[in-house]
Structure formats: structure tokens, C-alpha cells
Write a protein that binds this ligand. Sequence first.
Ligand code: TEU
Length: 496
Amino acid sequence: LGNDDWWRDAVVYQVYPRSFADADGDGTGDLEGVRRRLGYLSDLGVDALWLSPFYTSPMADGGYDVADYRDVDPMFGSLADFDALVRDAHGRGIRVIVDLVPNHSSDRHPWFQAGLRDRYIFRDEPNDWESIFGGPAWTQTADGQWYLHLFAPEQPDLNWDNPDVRAEFRDILRFWLDRGVDGFRVDVAHGMIKADGLPDVGPKEGRQAEMLGDEQVPYFDQDGVHDIYREWRPILDSYPGGRMAVAEAWVSSPERLARYVGPDELHQAFNFEFMMADFHAKSFRTVIEKSLKEAELVGAPTTWVLSNHDKPRHVTRHGGLARARAATLLMLALPGSAYLYNGEELGLPEVLDLPDELRQDPAFLRTGESRDGCRVPIPWTASDGFGWRDPWLPIPASWGPLSAEAQEDDPASTLNLYRAALKIRKEHPALGGGTLTWLDSPKDVLAIERDPGLVVLLNTGEEPVRLDLGGRVLLSSGPLGADGTIPPDTAVWVQR
Ligand code: TEU
């Protein structure tokens, strides 16, 4: 596959295996389902896949509760299926990134089951920390001791002060690198090290640390996590072909995020500021400027994300498909890599009306907020159950026109917009790399020049705007005005 720096401007497609494609017809997606859709992903034009967890898991948190880090859960297939997927993906020039979940294991992990308490965080008394999923971050065991879980009680936090834990994860990295993976997405990368003595958070802050902009809390973004990445980097570098790692770290500023990235630590960190921005020219500009500052600090391009398996889909968040399509064209024209979430290329909205009894997100039980609405299975066919038999979450009956099949031959479909955008991005490397210059523009319009002569315009206002486009329109997120105006909620790529 060549080119060790492939990740710098890659378009990475996140597969949520449970919801992507079901080859064995049990209602849950699987690795063989992903393999059979490689043609679709290749036509879409992505450079890499990131697979959310498919490891042995009781699924208390959709697989982010791992019971065996070196095996595939039978619901998703087998190691042989995994190997076949990697082989065929590579055969098509598509790289494969896997999810690594080092902050916590499942409570069904053999270590927890065997009562190896020095590998977890047990105390005689809990402190005041709260779980990200709501409620106390401590659960009491039968003998009266308490263990820490920043997430669900079924996800005990590992003790990274224990050298056995460190050795185990170095070995897990090698296990997957030996199987040919191109990289890792590191889950809760800011979480593994807790402040000495586990001090109370104190009154107000509570569980909000994951939100951008909050003050530091004693369980996130501690200096010690960086030692772990300095241990991992030489392992990644010892393999040929550009093996990489991207951090999922919710920290308070671009400066803090920049500390995770560099030649001695991880290659990239998700830049969630963009995902949190409002659909408004000004707010996008602020975020882009901040993000480019981070990129400058670390000397590597940043990452862009609009949707993932934890946040409401951007069609819904931004207020409709037109806006989602416009935001996508903006994202795909920014310097750095872009992470797509399965189904966004079909313009899927968040499903807001799932019946409570079908919701499976552990956060829902404690906070009333559920991430299930962005995890609904992908509609492949326009009829016949969307290509699923009894899917683990119901697919809305109204999704027929959003199915991949229905969009396949429609030139105006969102699927074909993504295909066209990724194709143009390949032909114009300046879109994913190069420099970015802000152009003068009316209020509510974002105007960016990318390297020689590629102009990106986005109208987030309420009125159509007339701009001298002075060039050839390469792509627009929706129809342009007959008089050459850009309607509201529309983005356009122009070649000067
Ligand atoms: O998420 C980490 C995290 O803190 C948030 O993304 C949080 O889950 C979300 O904001 C709640 O709305 C990672 C995974 O992406 C997530 O799916 C897992 O549940 C979590 O870690 C625990 O492994």
C-alpha cells in the first residue's frame, strides 16, 4: 500500500459493525457483512475503514466493554473472518484501523472474573467521581470494596500503574499489527491515568469533564497518559507500511489536544470542535482557525469529524439534509483527514422516536440520553426489510428513499454527492492538503481558497448570495440559482 504518511489526508470511514451489514441474517451486522460491502466502500472512494469494537463482549456498551482483546465475538464472526476482511480490503487499497479500548475492560474479562484487583482500581471507600453515563463512578462488591468505572458498572477501569496492564496492551497492539491492521483508534485516550490519591472533584464540575472547554478533572488528561503513548509509538514504528494511531480525547483546548500528537506519541487526535460547531459561517470559521492552530502546534494536519456513533447525526444536529450536505462539502475541503460515520453518505437522520424499551445504550438508563438513534442499521435495499432480517434496532419505514439501492442511480442523491466529492478530492490533492486562505465574503458566507485556485464557498445565511465565482463549479451540495447565486444552506467547490 506504500506511503507511510497516508493518514495525513485520508478519508476514513467508521463502521459500527453491529449496524453496518448482516451476512448471516441474525439481525446483527458482522465482519463478513463488511467484507461483502467492500465494493460499495471502494466505489464510495474511502481510503480506510475504522472498525468500532468487534471483540468478545457481553455488549453492555455496544462492544466498548471488551472481555477478550484478542478474539472476535461470535456475533461478529471469527478471527478468520477478520483476516479475510483485512486481506480483501488491502486488495482494494483500503486500509483497516481497529478500535482499542484501554481505559477499561468488561467485568467479564478473565482478570476481573479471577479477582485480580491490582489490575483494576479498588478502594475501601469511594470518592465523589461520577460516571460519564450518570450515577456514581464506583460500585461496591460483595466484600464491601468499591471499584472505579468512569463509564458503566460493567466497564471497570484498568489500573495503568500496574506494569502487567501495560505489558498486556503492548502485546495486544502487536497481536493486531501482526494481523495486518494499519492503525488504532484509541478509545478514551485521555482517561487511563488518574491523579495520585484519587482526589475528589469537589462540588460543581461533576461529570462534565468530557465536554469541551471544561476545567480539568482528576480522571482525565493527566500528564501520565503521555508516557503510555511514548511506550506505544516505537511499537507502531517498528512495523512497515505506516501504522498509525488516532486519539479519542475530549480535552479542554487545542493546546491540550496537541500534546497527544507528535513523532513520539500518537499520529492524530480527533478534533471534536468541528463536530460541536453550529451551522453558521462565523462559528465554522472560529473552529477552523482554532483547529489549524492545533495543526500548526503539532506539525501535522488535523482531523475533521461531523458524525460518529456517540453524537446525534449531523443531518439532525444541523437542521436538515441540505445543511448536512453543505457541511460535508466544507469538511471534505479542509486540510487534514476526514472521518465519516457509516450512513452519513446516505444522509441518514438521527432516529428520535425509538421506543424506550428497544434502546440499548447504557447511558440511557441513567441519564435519559441515548446514542441508539445514530446506531440504527444501514438501509441497503429499498424494500424487503432494507436488506436485514429482524435488525437489532428497527429501521424506520420511511427510510426506503434513503436506502443505498434507491440512491445508487440518482445523480442528485447524497450517496452520489459523497462519491463525487471523494473522487474530486483524489484528483485535487490540494483539497486534503496544502494551504488555506480566507477570502473576503459577505456576512453568513464562508469563502476559503485552497491552494492554487480551488475556492470553497458556504452560505449559512437566509438569503441567496451572488458571488463572482470566476471559475468552473466542480461540485455543489445542492442546486445553484439560475442567476449564479448560492442559495441558503449550500456549499460549492469552484475551480478558478
Ligand atoms: O466515548 C468516550 C466519551 O467520553 C464520550 O464520547 C461519551 O461516550 C459520549 O459523549 C456520551 O454521550 C468512547 C466511545 O466512543 C463510546 O462509544 C464508549 O461508550 C465510551 O468511550 C466508553 O468506552
